[in-house]
Design a protein around this ligand. Sequence first.
Ligand SMILES: CC(C)(COP(=O)(O)OP(=O)(O)OC[C@H]1O[C@@H](n2cnc3c(N)ncnc32)[C@H](O)[C@@H]1OP(=O)(O)O)[C@@H](O)C(=O)NCCC(=O)NCCS
Length: 190
Amino acid sequence: MSVEQHADGHTVRYSQTTLTELMIPAYANFGGKIHGGTLLSLMDKVAYVCASKHARNYCVTVSVDNVHFLAPVEVGDLVSLMASVNYVGSSSLVVGIKVIAENVQTATVKHTNTSYFTMVAKSEGATKAVVPPLILESVEDMRRFSAALRRRRLRSYTSERMDDYKTAFVVDEETRAFLANERCEIRLEG
Ligand SMILES: CC(C)(COP(=O)(O)OP(=O)(O)OC[C@H]1O[C@@H](n2cnc3c(N)ncnc32)[C@H](O)[C@@H]1OP(=O)(O)O)[C@@H](O)C(=O)NCCC(=O)NCCS
């Protein structure tokens, strides 16, 4: 399918990228399943390619949301990582990545995870670069863009609340009550 390049921005299709790799024994952990870190490294690679295609600039990884490994990946599986730009800010882009693992003998396909990588575009001299706008051509594109914007606002809200919590932390009755039913034992000295 041909993907047009727009003067003012790029469509989601313009930078969509799929990376496929066979899971070899060297990628396995002591339990015989594929290391989570191997999958994260592949996700980082596909996120880099997808973001850099959209930005037409070098991109670095800033943060990763939603890494939940829903099913183990086996040695011999063919893993495909499908990446799309979901959202663009000023210098940042959110790349959504869906990971599936196929057993090539049985043709069974399982969805192992969907994660969101925030990347920042840098130009020469390592200064942040403004990325082109994203052209949303479908309801799905709009849903993903809105969801990423919501996650961005929630992250900023959570981050501010947690900073306040850290600064204001005291051991008082409220803190003790908060921990009362947790599986911890408080043994403060003095
Ligand atoms: C990412 C980096 C460029 C941010 O620099 P900064 O001067 O603090 O820039 P800002 O605070 O303006 O953030 C730049 C963008 O990143 C976003 N951002 C910053 N921190 C973020 C985080 N933790 N999660 C999500 N987005 C984040 C900002 O919202 C902003 O987006 P926008 O331009 O679309 O509005 C800088 O911290 C950096 O270079 N980090 C190292 C990245 C790297 O090398 N990664 C490779 C792995 S080691």
